[in-house]
Design a protein around this ligand. Sequence first.
Ligand SMILES: Cc1cc2nc3c(=O)[nH]c(=O)nc-3n(C[C@H](O)[C@H](O)[C@H](O)COP(=O)(O)OP(=O)(O)OC[C@H]3O[C@@H](n4cnc5c(N)ncnc54)[C@H](O)[C@@H]3O)c2cc1C
Length: 384
Amino acid sequence: MKDILVSGASIAGPVTAWWLHRFGFRPVLVERLSTGPRGGHAIDVRGKALAVLEAMDLEHAVRANAMRMKGVSIIDDDGKEVWRSEEMTISGGPLDNPDIEILRDRLANTLVNALPKEVPVCFGNSIVDVQETEEGVDVAFKSGERRRFDLVIGAEGLRSDLRRRCFGVDEEFLRPFGIALAPFSAPNTLGLKDWQISYKGAAGGYMVYPTPENDQLRVCFSVPASLGEDLGNRAEQMARVRERTMHLGWKTGHFLEAMESAPDFYLGLIAQVRMDRWSKGRIAVVGDAAYCPSPYSGQGATLAIVGGFVLASEIARSPEDHAAAFARYEARMRPFVELNQAIADLTRDERFERDPGYYGDIVVPAIEKAKNAIVLDPGDFARV
Ligand SMILES: Cc1cc2nc3c(=O)[nH]c(=O)nc-3n(C[C@H](O)[C@H](O)[C@H](O)COP(=O)(O)OP(=O)(O)OC[C@H]3O[C@@H](n4cnc5c(N)ncnc54)[C@H](O)[C@@H]3O)c2cc1C
C-alpha cells in the first residue's frame, strides 16, 4: 500500500500528508480552493500538537507567525472599557504559557509550504466521485482526472463532502449550537496594537483583534443559524449579518461597511462533529471532518494536528492492514477527542459570562488537562 489521497489542505490535511510521506507513502493532497485558506480567525496550537510541530521541525516557523497580543479590553456600547487583562486574551486564553495562537491561514500556509516537493498539492480541485473496490479506491476529480488510490483520507473540515458521500448526511453527525460566525479582515482603523477588543453591548457584541503586523483587523460577527438552513451566497450571507447586527452599538456601522469589501468574508455554522466511526473500508476522516470540537472549545487545531500525526503513524504501523490501522487510530484518539470536545460545554455554561473566577478556576485547568491527554510515542516521531 503506497498511494494515499488526502482531501483538504488546511491543518489536518497537510499534517497527515507530511507524516505519510515521512513514513514512506506517496500522499497526494487536493484542495477545493484555488489558493488554500485565505483570511480567517486566530486558532490555538496547544499541548501535544506542539510536540508534533516540533517533530516536524516547524515549531519555530509557526511561532514566528504567531499572534502577538498582549491583552484584552472588554468595552461597552459607547466604547468605554469596563474590564481589561494583560494576562489573557478571550481568543487565546492565558498568555503565560507555551501555547501558540496563530491565524488559521498562516498556519495552513506554513504547513503546506513545509511539504516536501515530492508531495503533489493540487489546488482548485476536488473529488467528484469515489468508488471503493477490493483493490483500492477509484476517485474521479473535478479536473476530469481519474485515479486509483490505496486509501482516501478526508480532511475537508466541518462540512466535508467526502464524509457526506461515504458516511452520511450532515444531520447525522453535526451537533449545531444555533449560531454562525462571520470572520473577515478590515483595515486597522482603530489603531489597535497587539491588543484585542471584546465589544459587549446591551444587545450583543463581537470580537476585534489585529494581525501580528497590526496592519489589519480581524472582526468576527455572530448571527443565529440552524443546520437545515441554506446560508445563501456571499451577498445573502452579508445581508443576513447586516440585518442581525446593524442595531448594535460602538463601531458596528463602520465594520459592516468594511465587511462589504472584505476579500475573505465567510459565514460558517458553528457545530461539533460526533461520529461513531471515523473510517469505512479504505476511507477515513481526520480533523474537523471527523471530530470538530467547535470554536467554543478552542481545541480544533490541536485535534487536527495530533489527529493527522496519529492517523499517519498508525497506517505506517500496519501498512498492509488498513482496518487495523484505522481501529488503532480511533482507539487512541477517541478519549482525547472527547475531553477536548467537552470544553465547549464549559465555555457555553452561563457562569462563563457571569462569574469572573469561572474561566481561571474551571476552563483553564480543563484545557490544560485535555491538551495533553494522549500519549504520543517518541519512537513514532523518529520512525522512517
Ligand atoms: C470563527 C472560528 C474560530 C475558531 N477559533 C478557534 C480557536 O480559537 N482555536 C482552535 O484551535 N480552533 C478554532 N477554530 C477551529 C479551527 O479553525 C479548526 O478546528 C481547524 O481549522 C480544523 O482544521 P481542519 O484542517 O480539520 O479543517 P479546516 O481548517 O476547516 O480545513 C478544511 C480544508 O478542506 C478544504 N475543503 C473543504 N471541502 C473540500 C472538498 N470537497 N475537496 C477538497 N478540499 C475541501 C477547505 O477549503 C479547507 O482548506 C475556529 C473556527 C472558527 C470557524
